[in-house]
Design a protein around this ligand. Structure first.
Ligand SMILES: Cc1ncc(COP(=O)(O)O)c(C=O)c1O
Length: 365
């Protein structure tokens, strides 16, 4: 047991696809989700398939769960007393950490900076305030670097997950997802995709997928042409850029031999970065995003949030005539959120309560 009372070794509800493929690799991992996530055909859109990362857990799913599986395991291995996340008010990563850490159990902390007030972000912020351990909501992003620095200083006892968990260890979770996809293609559950479409923010998921597909190719688990990964930018430059994605993909690829796997090379020609779906800023609602969300609703496909998945959904709708199977990476959790805690929300700072009110009226801004 460590000082927070965590079991050093948490039972794995599934085998991490990375470790299943390369058994000698040294990758820390706690199982938080139910894997493999399903792959489904969406025939109404033609040769379009869904990777149901949204349904990776009934507690809270989405792409950030795989990032957290390696990073939380690393925190436990370092005997950290508390795991911190940093992000925007509506951070999916912060919410996923809070809801899953309660089950481990593991103490958490969250530092959140302001963002565009939207219903999607407000839903998450209400859940974070209602269920978070220590939640610090900043009035301005200007003080964010100070908090980041303070948390880094406390790193000996408190584990810090950077925004998006965009470090090679976090991206290894998505390397595993690529190997899982390779297994599903071999099992005949989905044809080898020619295109993968997903939202890119911190770059963690996209970089991990690029490294994972390259690894799958290297270990002869992907004999088909490597798909083009269409990363749809949802955060501004320079947080998200082609250079940043490739940098993390290469760093993740270097991590693979360092942890006992083979050497892997990233092929930059497999990455396309799309910037035209971004709109006027991070979390700003776009018309194309709203239309994509409505289309997904009509087809009873997973819900698309206006910050991330709706923007990649809008791109998908533009790509449906591209030749070959298209695979949409469903990154936003579709798990119902636990009920709000009215007392905690009433005790939130006044500027947060007015931000939450504003968010409700910004549905079509
Ligand atoms: C729902 C959703 N989709 C996509 C992304 C982008 O993933 P990444 O930050 O790994 O690029 C995020 C990031 O938080 C997210 O929450």
């Amino acid at each position: 047991m460590n000082e927070t009372g965590n079991e050093a070794c948490i039972p794995l509800p599934h085998e991490f696809a990375l470790l299943r493929t390369l058994r000698n690799m040294d990758v820390p991992h706690v199982g938080l989700g139910d894997y493999p996530t399903a792959v489904e055909h969406l025939p109404a859109l033609g040769d379009v398939w869904l990777k149901r990362e949204d349904a990776s857990s009934p507690l809270y799913g989405g792409n950030k769960l795989r990032t957290l599986e390696t990073l939380i395991a690393d925190a436990l291995a370092h005997k950290s007393k508390r795991v911190w996340t940093l992000g925007a008010y509506g951070s999916n990563q912060a919410l996923a950490l809070i809801l899953h850490a309660r089950e481990l159990p593991l103490a958490t902390g969250t530092v959140l900076f302001p963002q565009r007030a939207t219903p999607a972000a407000a839903e998450n912020l209400r859940a974070i305030i209602s269920h978070g351990d220590r939640v610090v909501t900043l009035r301005s992003i200007a003080t964010f670097p100070v908090h980041w620095w303070a948390r880094r200083r406390a790193h000996a006892t408190e584990y810090l997950i950077t925004p998006g968990g965009a470090v090679p260890l976090g991206a290894l979770g998505h390397v595993s997802a690529a190997l899982e996809l390779a297994e599903q293609v071999h099992e005949g559950k989905i044809p080898p995709p020619a295109h993968i479409v997903l939202a890119v923010g911190s770059t963690c998921t996209t970089a991990g997928l690029l490294a994972g597909l390259a690894l799958a190719r290297k270990v002869e688990a992907w004999p088909w042409p490597l798909p083009i990964v269409h990363a749809v930018r949802v955060t501004p430059w320079p947080i998200t850029s082609r250079g940043m994605i490739l940098r993390l993909a290469r760093a993740t690829a270097r991590e693979i031999p360092a942890r006992g796997g083979p050497t892997v090379e990233i092929d930059p020609s497999r990455l396309r970065l799309h910037t035209r779906y971004f709109g006027w800023g991070y979390a700003r609602i776009t018309r194309a995003g709203l239309l994509a969300a409505a289309k997904f609703r009509e087809l009873a496909a997973p819900p698309l949030d206006t910050t991330y998945a709706a923007k990649s959904g809008a791109a998908l709708l533009d790509f449906i005539d591209l030749p070959g199977p298209k695979l949409f990476w469903c990154t936003k959790s579709s798990a119902p959120l636990p009920p709000d805690n009215a007392e905690r929300l009433a005790a939130a700072p006044a500027f947060i309560r007015s931000w939450l009110k504003r968010a409700q009226s910004n549905a079509s801004a």
